[in-house]
Design a protein around this ligand. Structure first.
Ligand code: PRP
Ligand code: URA
Length: 219
């Protein structure tokens, strides 16, 4: 088993409710509707932790008693970037935490033969350099997609990036953390290994297919 303590960027979350929901997510009996709901709920739990360092600004409000200066999150300073397709399910949960945050989108799919990510879409806010960017994708397998997505974010000027996933393979954690030791990596569950098709074991199967009901055969 990988010793993640040597990767200072990694935060392995361990809330019992998160564990419970990830177990249900893994279960092959869990259908599309329930699967989507769980991904959203898990994103809320993980996001709650990963966003704990957000800066606040002070505004004046009036309580029923008096005027007062109090902190609020500057929603415009937050940018969520789901990796299509599976990241979209998590974006719904993140937006429950910060409604009105900016969203960018990165489209990548893994080539079936090489398992290397192929880019097909990229739309990011022009002022991404000023934002706190949260890259989201439920699965970190080989790490190829997350690494390419960070590269795209950096090319567009992003300076402060955090990556949040639900299930990670040791191979992906190692590849990502060695490439980007300074980018915080939040993980809901750390699994055993990749199989020969680069699927995470025990994992949950193909997350995009399970989210959008396009499930093919057994993996
Ligand atoms: C899945 C997942 C990640 C990627 C992880 O997407 O959502 O983006 O695989 O694998 P990696 O770490 O080996 O790159 P997929 O390519 O299946 O696309 P999809 O979400 O459109 O189904
Ligand atoms: N992508 C998935 O959706 N599942 C895996 O197990 C690996 C990559």
């Amino acid at each position: 088993m990988i010793d993640i303590s040597k990767y200072k960027n990694v935060v392995l979350l361990d809330h019992p409710l998160l564990k419970h929901k990830i177990t249900n997510l893994r279960d092959k009996k869990t259908g599309t509707n329930q699967f989507r709901l769980l991904v959203k709920e898990i994103a809320v739990i993980e996001g709650y932790e990963a966003l704990r360092h957000l800066k606040t600004k002070m505004i004046e409000i009036e309580t029923p008693i008096e005027k007062t200066i109090q902190p609020v999150v500057d929603r415009k300073s937050v940018c969520f970037v789901p990796i299509l397709r599976a990241g979209l399910g998590m974006a719904d949960g993140m937006l429950e935490l910060v409604p009105g945050a900016t969203c960018g989108h990165i489209g990548l799919y893994r080539d079936e033969e090489t398992k290397a990510p192929v880019e097909y879409y990229c739309k990011l806010p022009s002022d991404i350099n000023e934002k706190e960017v949260f890259l989201i994708d439920p699965m970190l397998a080989t790490g190829g997609s997350a690494i390419d997505a960070v590269e795209m974010l950096k090319k567009h000027g992003a300076k402060r990036i955090t990556f949040i996933c639900i299930i990670a393979a040791p191979e992906g954690v190692k590849a990502f953390s060695e490439k980007y030791p300074d980018i915080p990596l939040y993980i809901g569950a750390l699994d055993r290994e990749l199989n020969d098709k680069a699927y995470i074991c025990p994992g949950l199967g193909d997350c995009g297919d399970r989210t959008f009901g396009t499930v093919k055969g057994e993996k």
